[in-house]
Design a protein around this ligand. Sequence first.
Ligand code: KG4
Ligand code: ZN
Length: 348
Amino acid sequence: MVILGIETSCDESAASIVKFDKKEGRLFVLANIISSQIDIHKEYGGVIPEIAAREHVGQIIPVIDTALKKAKLNYKEIDYIAVTKGPGLVTSLLSGIETARSLAFAWKKPLIEVNHISGHIYANFIDNYKQIKYPAIILTVSGGHTNLILMDKNLKLKIIGETLDDAAGEAYDKAAKMLGLGYPGGPVIAKQAQIYFKQNKKQEKSDILLPRPMLNDKTFNFSFSGLKTALLYRLQKDQNWPNRIPEYCFKFQEAVNLVLVKKTINAAIKYKAKSVLLSGGVSANLDLREKLETAVKEIPKKTKFFSPKLQYTTDNAAMIAAAGIFSAQKGKIKDFSQIKADPNWNLR
Ligand code: KG4
Ligand code: ZN
């Protein structure tokens, strides 16, 4: 089965071609093309929906074309088209959906709608489909979402926890803004934190004390807005903060990742998970990947840890194609005329 994935939910116009070899139980990414608008939105400190939509319109066809060329495939060799239906920015979603619908009509291909968050989850299947065992606990951390999800052997997803306010990626982005580090914040904070870590090998005590929100409560929910406010107040008290940016980044990352890891491990133990999966843009954070992997190894049961390759962590279309493969197998195909954008499409 060969599937073309299309993703335009935020500020990346992306197309990918993924082949599924059912006999071998493996997915092969033949092309994964991303045209990012980050440099345009950087100037504004965040994504401007109107600009994003306009850019998608210009980019998506060339991106699909490049994907076909890279995969050395003719459109006739595509079996299905999968497209992100939501959640995301409505105007951005529309460009991908209208393109996918037109291609489905012109090429006479079945069209599959994919939930963006489930796309992030299926990014883990690209290289580990056979290795993932169930039940699996999935931590999904992106710019718009933070969820703990339980996946059973039939690939059914159940949300067991979520953020009560800001998403983890949003918290990273807002903290970076306060520190004057620009957009997107996650990668810069991670880089600065790494600088502090290298300079402070002796782990000297820091007087920057930030809260670890909801660390010890019994639910699997999260809350990051208090941490963000605590950082703001701490910065206001410290006239010397511009000279301590790596330390602030380190302490912020430490607080976020500690909560994410602890809650995920609690969930893995409670649900006797055989696998723990990390997904979403924040899964590009190396400190989070390392800490969660180490913590999973310490679970007495033989639980295994999985995370996507870095190129499949932030928004991409390979993950949409991967999720589409499993929907196609379940026969979840609608008439293309019925596929519409749903900016608030929840996994539930
Ligand atoms: O999944 P994604 O590409 O888009 C959404 O679906 O939201 O996630 C983007 C988020 C941004 O908030 C960005 O700051 C964060 O992922 N991010 C990171 C890192 N790389 C991207 N956060 C922490 N550490 C990183 N290395
Ligand atoms: Zn995303």
